[in-house]
Write a protein that binds this ligand. Structure first.
Ligand code: DX5
Ligand code: ZN
Length: 338
């Protein structure tokens, strides 16, 4: 949760590994939106960290989402273990030599978000064959393997065009940036529209106020977005939802499915508006504020059709269930709550 657009994933690579659970909870308390888990196998990268067992042990310690970043040569062999460990998203590297598609499919089959990561020198075009299977594109701005390295500006330029690869997920597809992200570089990556900033070493400097660091990085990223991509307008917080329409239940349900088929999540809520002859108030369809313009463009015409359909449905329903008229009439009396 937060008031801005940018989300921060705390990488625990440089946390106190002897006190991992404590540090995870501290980062979340200080405003980290997720925990980023760097898994290394000493083969794909020249370093070794932890595996599924450690992730599983951390899982009950926090409710924050877990993003696993697997820097390993053969993720296919272990993927179920990482899913079972409770990862919310799993990102593997596109440069590995084994088949990628089955692993992405396995992640998605279990309802988790699937991502592909790019080393700094790997072009975005390497992701094209897997486009429709991607929920996350992770752009690396250091060579994978170690925390605390200097941010590379050139590879970061992939962030903006990476959005194109996620056009089937217009609202909840995510571009992540990983490596050397801190208060010096947050505004730049924010200006390229990044959704999730992975921040490692900058969060674990002894004597620094971690909460302030997290607030600063997120605020700078939002400023970059505002001035570089959003015509100076502050970004809409990611967790805001707006009302798109209000319809009787069966019609609302069908319309919801139609909007969601286009990749936009919808929340259906019992509203306090019109009472229908079936005894139920209209249901409201809420969409993410960040997708409001898109949903208007795509579905405003259909909304008019559905509203007319609602009128017709009420008439037919009343004809078949005349007692429904009393329900609606009772609602219109001054005492009937609105
Ligand atoms: C590097 C890892 C990163 C790393 C980021 O291989 O993928 O997640 O922990 O650390 P910093 O922010 O220090 O570059
Ligand atoms: Zn990482």
């Amino acid at each position: 949760m937060g008031t801005g657009r940018a989300r921060l994933a705390a990488s625990i690579l440089d946390a106190d590994l002897g006190n991992l659970a404590y540090d995870v909870r501290r980062a979340v308390r200080n405003g980290a939106d997720r925990i980023h888990l760097d898994v290394m196998d000493g083969h794909f990268v020249p370093n070794l960290t932890f595996g599924a067992k450690t992730i599983k042990a951390l899982r009950p310690r926090t409710e924050a989402p877990f993003d696993a970043h697997l820097m390993i040569s053969d993720p296919g062999r272990y993927i179920e273990e990482y899913i079972d460990a409770g990862c919310d998203s799993i990102t593997i590297h596109v440069e590995i030599e084994e088949p990628i598609e089955p692993t992405l499919r396995a992640i998605r089959a279990r309802g988790r978000a699937a991502g592909l990561a790019l080393r700094p020198a790997t072009p975005l075009s390497a992701l094209e064959p897997y486009q429709s299977l991607l929920d996350i594109v992770l752009v690396m701005t250091v060579e994978p393997g170690f925390g605390g390295q200097a941010f590379m500006r050139e590879p970061a330029k992939k962030i903006l065009p990476a959005r194109q690869l996620l056009r089937h997920r217009p609202v909840d597809g995510e571009v992540h940036v990983d490596g050397g992200v801190n208060r010096e570089t947050a505004e730049y990556v924010g200006g390229l529209g990044v959704d999730v900033l992975v921040v490692g070493s900058a969060l674990w400097v002894k004597g620094h106020d971690q909460g302030r660091e997290i607030r600063l990085v997120k605020a700078l990223a939002d400023e970059g977005y505002q001035y570089n991509l959003n015509n100076g307008v502050p970004p809409i917080p990611r967790d805001n939802w707006v009302r798109f329409t209000s319809l009787p239940k069966p019609i609302a349900k069908a319309f919801m499915a139609e909007i969601e088929a286009g990749g936009v999540p919808v929340i259906m809520l019992r509203g306090d508006g019109q009472m229908n002859p079936d005894g139920l108030r209209n249901y409201e369809l809420l969409v993410p504020a960040s997708a409001q313009i898109l949903v208007e463009e795509r579905h405003a015409g259909e909304r008019d059709v559905r509203l007319a359909e609602a009128e017709a449905w009420r008439e037919i329903y009343l004809r078949e269930h005349p007692e429904g008229a009393a329900v609606v009439a009772a609602d219109r009396r001054p005492s009937g709550g609105r």
